[in-house]
Design a protein around this ligand. Structure first.
Ligand code: IMP
Ligand code: MG
Length: 177
């Protein structure tokens, strides 16, 4: 079994490049089918989704736009509670068919925050495309339109996903030992 070290932890190969490619193909095929002529605007959630987004876009054959957003957490001035802000959303959302691109939906809290934020901007529709989904960790009720692969509730790195900032460059996905 292929084992690697990222920072101070050991990880073992879990999802191969071929399996990732198959999952990306499946999502791309469904998006191509569903959004032909709908001029979607993709919103990629940085940092984790950058690699999935790059591979996905090469397989999209429809007219579309793409923009990149990011959550930034910072300590509030009044208390130590964490406040989450969304940065980088410069595009006009009103009336657009928006497709959110995420590397992984885990508890679903991050995506839930973005969905709430987008609602106020009156998009025509909002869809979600995630490479990975952990059903056993999901705490929310919203529908996820496109899922590349469902995975067990283990911590993983690679293909954009990090452990403490490291491991995003790995071309395959590894799970913690
Ligand atoms: P959620 O808000 O719990 O759904 O988590 C979403 C974010 O947490 C993802 O966009 C990832 O950046 C990160 N995340 C969740 N699970 C993992 C994991 O197993 N490895 C690395 N990052 C993860
Ligand atoms: Mg992420």
């Amino acid at each position: 079994m292929k084992t690697i070290t990222v920072k101070d932890k050991q990880f073992t190969l879990s999802i191969t490049a071929a399996q990732i490619d198959e999952a990306v193909n499946q999502v791309a095929g469904n998006v191509n089918r569903d959004f032909e002529g709908k001029d979607p605007l993709f919103l990629v959630i940085l940092n984790g989704a950058f690699m999935f987004a790059a591979d996905l876009f090469k397989k999209l054959e429809i007219a579309c736009e793409v923009s990149f957003v990011k959550f930034s957490s910072y300590a509030g001035t009044q208390s130590t509670a964490k406040v989450t802000r969304l940065i980088g959303l410069n595009e006009e959302i009103k009336g657009r068919n928006v497709i959110i691109i995420e590397d992984i939906v885990d508890t679903g809290i991050t995506m839930g925050y973005l969905l709430d934020h987008l609602k106020d901007k009156e998009p025509r529709s909002v869809s979600i495309a995630t490479l990975l989904f952990k059903p056993d960790a999901f705490q929310k009720g919203y529908l996820i339109d496109y899922i590349g692969m469902e995975i067990p509730n283990n911590f993983i790195v690679g293909y954009g996903l990090d452990y403490d900032g490291y491991g995003r460059n790995l071309g395959e996905i590894y799970k913690i030992v």
